[in-house]
Design a protein around this ligand. Structure first.
Ligand code: 6PG
Length: 239
């Protein structure tokens, strides 16, 4: 079952999604459970990280929170393109999350070594169907329908038997490390966030099950057993 949450504005979407994360983090703490969260990249999450930072006193204990990434650009952490770097600058560095709980993809390494290193990080996760799984998988969507770094011209990553892959951005040719759909679809909760009119076409096609959606990797992200929800603003919904 797909849950769709639509919002009049990005700030309202950011607040609602951030409150969802705060509740999930605190609920796991109350139940003395680890929470394995995969963060998405791109620009959309920045406002969410800033909201969490502004409300940091409401997530007082983060010893049980482990953060990973769905994908990473093969750049050093101090590069503005770094998904980890963005999360660190905007949120993680002011939080009290133990450094050992931050499982970044080492974009400064050559892609093969970065993939091998992150594969070791993924081995720390619990498994379901012998595949690592996340409690929450946060994803964005590109205007071409990509998600994580699974691009339309690399749709083989939707069926790959591997957990991870080296991908190439179709335009910039930038190397990326990405989770494959095998891991993404094994998550307990998948949450897409889409804002802005540039996402309108892909959102329209996906939610109308249009033939064009078959070109979008994001269309094939459906959890095997978990839940999926979309947080979309009115610009992206075309309202
Ligand atoms: C990345 C992402 C990518 C992103 C979408 C949306 O590393 O860029 O993981 O999948 O979520 O491209 O990006 P925006 O939030 O910048 O629109």
């Amino acid at each position: 079952m797909i849950q769709l949450f639509s919002f009049d504005s990005v700030p309202k979407l950011v607040a609602e999604f951030s409150e969802f994360l705060i509740n999930e983090i605190n609920r796991a703490k109350e139940h003395n459970e680890k929470l394995n969260l995969a963060l998405s990249g791109g620009t959309t999450p920045t406002e969410i990280f800033r909201y969490l930072s502004k409300n940091i006193e409401r997530i007082p204990s983060l010893n049980h929170l482990h953060v990973y990434w769905g994908d990473e650009r093969c750049v050093p952490p101090d590069n503005k393109e770094s998904n980890y770097g963005n999360a660190w600058r905007e949120f993680l560095q002011i939080s009290n999350i133990p450094e050992i709980n931050i499982h970044r993809i080492k974009g400064e390494l050559n892609p093969v070594d970065a993939l091998a290193d992150y594969d070791r990080e993924l081995s720390l996760l619990p498994k379901k169907n012998n595949i690592p799984f996340f409690d929450i998988m946060m994803l964005g969507i590109g205007s071409d329908g990509h998600t994580a770094s699974i691009f339309p011209d690399q749709s083989a990553l939707l069926k790959s038997r591997e957990f991870l892959a080296v991908a190439n951005h179709p335009v910039s040719k930038q190397k990326r490390i990405t989770l494959t759909a095998k891991v993404i679809n094994n998550s307990k909760k998948i949450v897409f966030i889409a804002t802005g009119s540039s996402k309108q076409k892909v959102i329209h096609h996906i939610f109308n099950d249009a033939i064009e959606a078959k070109n979008y990797p994001a269309y094939f992200i459906k959890p095997h057993e978990g839940e999926i929800s979309w947080y979309i603003d009115k610009e992206a919904l075309g309202l």
